[in-house]
Design a protein around this ligand. Structure first.
Ligand code: FNR
Length: 185
């Protein structure tokens, strides 16, 4: 059986280290997990007025994509001790209209990464705060704060740090087990 996991990355930057992490996730994950990165850059800022006229097509597609995924993996930078606006917007778009929150009950995990030593702890926990509100069962342990992240990849985007690779593999195995508990019958 295949489990589909939607990856949301909170960076728009071409050379994003968070996107580099997203790209190595499939090779580090247990068999049976299928990953797809979901675009969020094009989503209009959430505005309830737009729903009253006609739901933007990009919102409807995004909600359907998240709704069809078995689980969600968030990989995010930290911007000023929080998550980037583009990711918060995606979270908000999926949460509405009221009563149709696509995140509810969807198993999720959070990885934050930063060139700094704290590894985006603030962003990781700000995101978790919203996910609690949205009734998302978020993997608790291990926590994934990837610090000094620029030093972990070579120029071609290969993950060259063995302990980070081992950590991410273990993290993804735990996430797989978490999905089993919260999603599969
Ligand atoms: C940052 N950066 C940053 N880093 C950090 O560890 N804590 C922070 O609070 C912030 N704040 C912040 C705000 C803004 C507006 C920018 C543009 C950047 C630095 C950030 O971690 C760095 O640019 C990362 O490389 C961003 O991740 P990506 O784009 O490489 O995935």
């Amino acid at each position: 059986m295949t489990t589909s996991i939607a990856i949301l990355v909170g960076s728009l930057r071409r050379a994003s280290v968070n996107h580099k992490i997203a790209r190595v996730i499939p090779e580090l994950a247990p068999a049976g997990l299928k990953f797809g990165t979901v675009e969020i850059a094009h989503l209009p800022f959430y505005n309830p007025d737009l729903e009253e006229i006609e739901t933007p097509a990009s919102w409807a597609t995004f909600r359907r994509t998240i709704g069809e995924a078995d689980a969600v993996l968030f990989i995010t930078p930290e911007y000023n001790r929080s998550i980037p606006g583009v990711l918060k917007n995606a979270v908000d778009v999926g949460s509405r209209p009221y009563g149709k929150n696509v995140w509810a009950g969807k198993p999720a995990a959070v990885i934050s990464a930063s060139p700094g030593s704290v590894g985006g702890f603030g962003a990781n926990h700000h995101l978790r705060q919203s996910l609690v509100c949205l009734d998302v069962p978020v993997l608790q342990q291990p926590e994934a704060y990837i610090g000094e992240a620029y030093s972990l990849f070579d120029d071609s985007g290969h993950l060259t740090n063995d302990s980070t690779a081992a950590f991410l593999s273990a993290f993804l195995s735990k996430f797989d087990a978490w999905i089993t508990i919260h999603c599969r019958p």
